[in-house]
Structures are given as C-alpha cells and as structure tokens.
Design a protein around this ligand. Structure first.
Ligand code: ZN
Length: 129
C-alpha cells in the first residue's frame, strides 16, 4: 500500500513528517516490515535527524547553504541549482524498519521533508510492506 501526503512549504526549511509516516504505518496494519518515505521533487528531499533540539535543523540548513551556495557560474535558467545540489546531497528517500507496528527510530530521530526551494505545494509517498 502506498500513502500520499501533501504539504505546502513557505521557504527553505525542514518539515517534521514523523507523525504522518507513523500514521501510514498504523493504517497499513503491518507489524514487521519496512517503510520507504519518498519525495518526487528535484529541489526537496527526505532525511532523518535530530528532532529534540531545533538548532540542529537550523545548523543543518546553515551548513548546507555554506556547502552549496548559489554560484554565478551556474547555468540552469530556473536559478535554483543550489537547491538541486542540496536535494541530491540529502537524497529523495529514507527506509525505516518497522518492529512491533512501530517505526524503529532512535530516541532523538525524526523524519523530515527538506524543502530547499519554497514556497511550493509538495507531496511525499510512504510505502509500507
Ligand atoms: Zn530548477
């Protein structure tokens, strides 16, 4: 079963989607398996990282912007090559083990939809099997 979720992003940011993924796993009724969270966009991605201290997300966004700044030599006419670079670096999916009907996440882990080019209407898929 594939579950689709939508979100409207305002700007470059990480959006915590852990509760939506948990909801999909719960709906699936699968107790032991795997779930894949997939983002079908070229300037957004999916990552897993700390959900306790919001400064971690701020630092990750800051670090990614330092690693992948907008550069005058970029050719892509849309003008968002830095967002494409960040999206490829983060990746478009994550795989999470399901045990006893729960996502096997660490205590401090959350699942994030990473917007690198908002505002946009976005969606992501959760496949549970
Ligand atoms: Zn582009």
């Amino acid at each position: 079963m594939v579950y689709e979720y939508s979100l409207k992003t305002e700007r470059e940011n990480f959006y915590n989607i852990t509760s939506k993924v948990c909801e999909a796993v719960s709906k699936s009724g699968i107790n032991e398996g795997v779930c894949v969270v997939y983002c079908p966009h070229t300037t957004a991605g999916i990552t897993i990282n700390e959900n306790a201290d919001p400064d971690v997300v701020r630092d990750m966004l800051s670090g990614l912007s330092k690693a992948f700044p907008d550069r005058p030599e970029f050719l892509h006419a849309e003008g968002n090559s830095h967002a494409h670079l960040k999206a490829s670096c983060v990746g478009s999916s994550q795989t999470i083990i399901i045990q006893n009907g729960q996502l096997l996440l660490g205590t401090w882990q959350g699942i994030y939809f990473c917007e690198f080019d908002g505002p946009r209407n976005r969606h992501f898929y959760v496949k549970v099997f």
